[in-house]
Design a protein around this ligand. Structure first.
Ligand code: SF4
Length: 466
């Protein structure tokens, strides 16, 4: 009997046991952090519902609260500590409420020990590599009425096989690999998500085929560094080959992927934008800094010249590929000169979106031990100047689209205005417009009428739906 199958059967038996005890109880999942965490929460939700739990509309009505944590910055962790602290009082009035913590913070010993020390109200703890253990942990917590905890250092294939309650029926996240081997000096991810492990191409392609049959039109391939997909596999699968195979799946309309590392961007991957009709004209390519001195200290393995070369190759495709990036301000040792080089790079590349971050010390990373940490007020001043530039550039880009007709995948009702719908253009821009709700999940054409810094405003062009 296939050991994977054995384990799967064991999990199934545990699920039945939990359902017998918790059928009809209500759960709430609160997700912090990246798309990988969002997708993990989709899996946790599916697992809980297979155990008979029902979604709770609010914390007050929940019998089980799961907080899926992020540890990428101090502020993300502080948010979780604050939240768990507040729930102590809720549990006083609702002693049967179960509180579970999972995700990157729990995978990190320092944060886990802090929770064990400060927050006795937590009932269940698991990590990023063992969502499948949740049924067992719920049972242990019930039986022993004490903390049930399990952390696995290495990624487990069993989590891979877990189904997911996808937030949208027409678009899906698909993990292609886990972990990261790059050890950028500011980053905690290699310590919380482990070493790079690629899923087999066969597994990924069959998952995407199933999703396309179920009506998924848009796929986002997820990994900390998707460009090194397959390097750990015997058959030396490659990321461009994976994209080609997914592009051949009928029913799909859009393929996105994140996140890429500039040191692993190949000419073969760049050529995919020309050859693959479903590969959306969008690339998120984190540069982090425009200064070679800082890039070296960050252990990023490319220079600003290398980065410009990649951008030039993409521009030469002449496919209007939208570019976004991540920038860290205030990395240890960053001088005014270094910062000016970052501003200069942003102007030269002309991004569609820039995600900006203040450097945050992460204990356990190399950069945390570096001297010449930048004073907070200097960081904040630079951050504001960076935002001024980014918003100015972004607005110029968005304004240049007024009057153009764009293809939009309608995602739902606008969060800020229930009278409007919201969707994404093929190059990943957010757009709001009026239209009937049955457009949700459809690809339509919209003419751009106006813009803000972060989104386009448009008008739905009738008879353009597919
Ligand atoms: S590539 Fe660098 S920044 Fe990205 S997850 Fe890996 S270590 Fe972190």
């Amino acid at each position: 009997m296939d050991p994977r199958q054995d384990k799967k059967t064991d999990v199934k038996k545990l699920i039945d046991k939990v359902r017998a005890l918790h059928e009809g109880d209500r759960y709430l999942i609160e997700t912090h952090g990246c798309q990988m965490n969002e997708h993990d929460s989709e899996k946790i939700s599916f697992l809980l519902e297979s155990m008979g739990f029902l979604p709770a509309p609010s914390e007050e009505e929940a019998d089980l609260i799961v907080i899926n944590t992020c540890s990428v910055r101090h502020s993300a962790e502080d948010k979780v500590y604050g939240h768990v602290g507040r729930l102590k009082h809720v549990k006083k009035t609702k002693p049967d409420l179960k509180l579970a913590l999972c995700g990157c913070m729990m995978q990190r010993k320092a944060s886990r020990d802090y929770v064990l020390d400060k927050f006795p109200q937590v009932d269940i703890i698991f990590g990023t590599n063992n969502i499948y253990r949740l049924p067992q942990l719920i049972l242990s917590s019930d039986e022993n009425d004490s903390l049930a905890m399990d952390i696995e250092d290495n990624y487990s294939d069993l989590d891979n096989q877990l189904q997911a309650n996808r937030s949208h029926p027409f678009k899906s996240y698909v993990n292609i690999m886990y972990g990261c081997n790059n050890f950028c000096t500011y980053c905690i991810v290699p310590y919380t998500r482990g070493r790079e492990v690629s899923r087999s191409m066969e597994d990924i392609v069959s998952e995407v085929k199933d999703l396309a049959l179920e009506g998924t039109k848009e796929i986002t391939l997820l990994g900390q560094n998707v460009n090194s997909y397959g390097k750990d596999l015997d058959d030396k699968s490659s990321f461009p080959e994976l994209l080609r195979q997914i592009n051949a799946i009928s029913g799909l309309e859009r393929i996105y992927f994140m996140t890429s590392h500039p040191k692993d961007i190949s000419d073969e991957l760049i050529a995919c934008y020309k050859d693959l009709d479903k590969l959306a004209p969008y690339l998120h390519l984190p540069v982090q800094s425009g200064s070679n001195r800082i890039l070296k200290k960050m252990n990023r393995h490319y220079s600003r010249e290398d980065y410009f070369e990649i951008i030039e190759k993409i521009r030469q495709l002449d496919l209007k590929i939208a570019l976004s990036t991540d920038i860290i301000v205030g990395f240890p040792g960053e001088t005014e000169e270094d910062f000016k080089e970052t501003l200069d790079l942003i102007e030269k590349v002309g991004y569609d979106n820039v995600f900006t971050f203040l450097y945050s010390i992460r204990e356990g990373t190399q950069a945390a031990g570096m001297e010449d940490q930048v004073p907070q007020e200097v960081k904040k001043d630079r951050f504001q100047r960076l935002l001024d530039l980014v918003y100015r550039e972004q607005r110029k880009k968005y304004e240049s689209l007024v009057g153009s007709h764009l293809e939009v995948l309608v995602e739902g009702v606008s969060k800020n205005n229930p009278e409007k719908l919201t969707g994404r253009t093929r190059d990943f821009k957010l757009i709001h417009f009026e239209g009937p709700k049955d457009l949700i999940g459809q690809s339509i054409r919209v003419v751009v009428k106006d813009t803000s810094t972060f989104a386009l405003e448009g008008e739905y062009i009738e008879a353009s739906r597919s």
